[in-house]
Design a protein around this ligand. Structure first.
Ligand code: ATP
Length: 318
């Protein structure tokens, strides 16, 4: 079935005892997109994904998965990497992948053939007949990920797929997600690492306290904030100061403020006419992290940052 949105959810609610973990979530994940669910620990991401997949039912609201109002009906076309990782330790890598495919309706024989090919492609050819317990944690996680893909699903849902991976494997996973997307597969993943979402996603949902604080394009989230000016002048003071916005702050010799309503040109003119002696003037577009702080608050953002590797760190590891 052709659907515009691979996933749609309206007003999803989930209570555990007296505690409301998910408080009225609406989502639309366009078919073929890479969609990130961003939020700190305990925000309700896992509970939301489980409801979308039909592993648990919502207390209120409804959802469709690949057009199915009963999500489990789409199970054969869905791949899911849960947050709790784990494969049978005594199984060979190829068997583990084939077994996961079989759970989604792929004949075991075909699963083994595909598993061997996938393990070769991802540089784990030597691990085919090794048991899971003899693999490193990163390798085992890759095997589980391949098991999530072996039946060639149309939709892949990955819960915190980057956690527990070193920088090199994080880089590989980003590549694999892009490859799947290039083949038209829809990818939904949750993360508390903003950098991955910023690099990979067309759209994101920012969740905090069981609610969606923002849903839309990464660019749209960033454009909610104005670009920031960073200015260093040779002369500390002068009449040109009047051209700076009232909230401009000077820290360690650097003026910082949002680009003024009137734009940058009147400011430049005042600086030049007033012989301020411009040493540095940069206009920086806010990143998704800044947007996250503005949308979900400082406290949520501090938790989000804990394990984020920079693009440079990932590059260095590759
Ligand atoms: P994390 O990455 O830490 O798992 P999350 O955003 O995925 O965070 P959830 O796992 O969905 O968050 O949990 C949301 C809230 O619901 C948390 O406070 C959690 O303790 C609670 N919760 C989740 N599952 C259950 C459950 N089965 N019983 C009771 N409380 C639960």
């Amino acid at each position: 079935m052709n659907v515009t949105n691979a996933i749609e959810a309206h007003g999803l609610v989930k209570d555990f005892g007296g505690f409301r973990a998910v408080d009225g979530i609406d989502l639309a994940v366009p078919a073929g997109s890479i969609f990130g669910v961003l939020g700190p620990n305990g925000a309700g991401k896992t509970t939301t994904l489980r409801m979308l997949l039909g592993i648990i039912d919502p207390d209120a609201g409804h959802r469709t998965l690949l057009g199915e109002a009963k999500p489990l009906r789409a199970a054969a076309q869905v791949g899911y990497l849960p947050e709790e990782r784990g494969l049978y330790p005594g199984m060979q890598a190829r068997e583990a992948i084939a077994f996961m495919g079989a759970l989604r309706g792929l004949p075991l024989k075909e699963g083994r053939v595909r598993a061997d090919a996938m393990l070769e492609t991802y540089g784990l050819g030597d691990a085919k007949r090794k048991t899971i317990r003899t693999l490193s944690k990163g390798m085992a996680q890759t095997v589980q990920l391949l098991g999530t893909l072996v039946h060639r699903p149309r939709l892949i849902v990955l819960d915190e797929p980057f956690s527990g991976l070193d920088a090199l494997n994080q880089q590989r996973l980003e590549g694999l997600i892009r490859e799947q997307a290039a083949q038209g597969v829809t990818i939904l993943f949750s993360t508390h690492v903003i950098a991955h979402a910023e690099r990979l996603c067309e759209r994101v949902a920012i969740i905090a306290g069981g609610r969606i604080r923002f849903e839309g394009g990464v660019e749209e989230a960033r454009s909610r904030l104005r670009p920031r000016v960073r200015l260093v002048t040779r002369v500390a003071d002068g009449p040109w100061r009047a051209a700076l916005p009232a909230e401009a702050m000077r820290k360690d010799g650097v003026w910082q403020f949002d680009v003024p309503d009137s734009g940058i040109e009147p400011l430049l003119k005042a600086l030049i006419d007033g012989s301020a002696g411009i040493e540095t003037l940069s206009i920086e577009r806010p990143g998704l992290h800044d947007a996250f702080v503005a949308i979900a608050g400082e406290a949520a953002a501090r938790e989000m940052d804990a394990t984020a590797p920079t693009a440079e760190e990932l590059e260095a590891a590759a």
